[in-house]
Design a protein around this ligand. Structure first.
Ligand SMILES: [Zn+2]
Length: 164
C-alpha cells in the first residue's frame, strides 16, 4: 500500500509515486488519505438545510391532507423543496396503532409558512399516489411535538374539512 500512495479520484486505482495521471481516466492522481472527502449529508441535515427560517414560525396549521403516509410524505417533500417545514399527523382514528402506514394524514406547517404552502399545493399537480410501500415515518419526531400541539391541531382539525 505504501508503495502505491497515489490514487485516481475517479476509479480509485492506486499508483506509485512516479505516476501523475490515471491512464484510464486521464485524471490527475491524488494522495490516498489526502482527499477532501466530505461526508454526505444525512437526510435529516439535508432537510434542515432546506428549511427557510421565515417559514418556521408560529403554531402548526393544517394545509393539506394525504390519504396515506406515502401521499402525505409526497406533499411534505413538495413543501420542503420551497423551504417550508412540515409535520405529518394521523388525521383521525386515534385508536389505530401508529405503526400502520395506512390511513389519512394531515400535513401541518408553521403558521408563517401556511400561505406559501397553500400556494405550492395549488400550483402543484398533486396527482394521487397509490403507493403502498411502507415508508419510514417521521413519527418519533412528530410524536414528541404532538403533546404540545394536540390541542391546537385538534382545533384546526375540527375547523377544517377533511380532504377525501
Ligand atoms: Zn482512474
Amino acid at each position: 500500500m505504501s508503495s502505491r500512495p497515489l490514487v485516481c479520484p475517479s476509479c480509485a486505482t492506486s499508483y506509485p509515486l512516479d505516476e501523475r495521471f490515471c491512464p484510464d481516466c486521464r485524471m490527475p492522481l491524488v494522495y490516498a488519505g489526502a482527499q477532501a472527502i466530505e461526508e454526505p449529508l444525512t437526510p435529516t441535515h439535508e432537510r434542515v438545510r432546506k428549511i427557510k427560517p421565515q417559514y418556521a414560525d408560529g403554531e402548526l396549521v393544517r394545509v393539506a391532507g394525504g390519504r396515506n403516509q406515502a401521499e402525505a410524505e409526497f406533499i411534505q417533500g413538495l413543501l420542503l423543496e420551497e423551504g417550508v417545514p412540515s409535520l405529518l399527523r394521523r388525521s383521525a382514528g386515534f385508536d389505530v396503532p401508529d405503526y400502520l402506514a395506512a390511513g389519512p394524514r394531515d400535513v401541518l406547517v408553521p403558521a408563517s409558512g401556511a400561505a406559501t404552502a397553500r400556494d405550492i399545493l395549488l400550483q402543484s399537480d398533486l396527482a394521487p399516489t397509490e403507493g403502498s410501500a411502507p415508508i419510514a415515518s417521521p413519527w418519533r419526531v412528530a410524536a414528541a411535538l404532538l403533546g404540545a400541539l394536540a390541542l391546537v391541531a385538534l382545533i384546526v382539525w375540527l375547523g377544517t374539512d377533511v380532504l377525501a
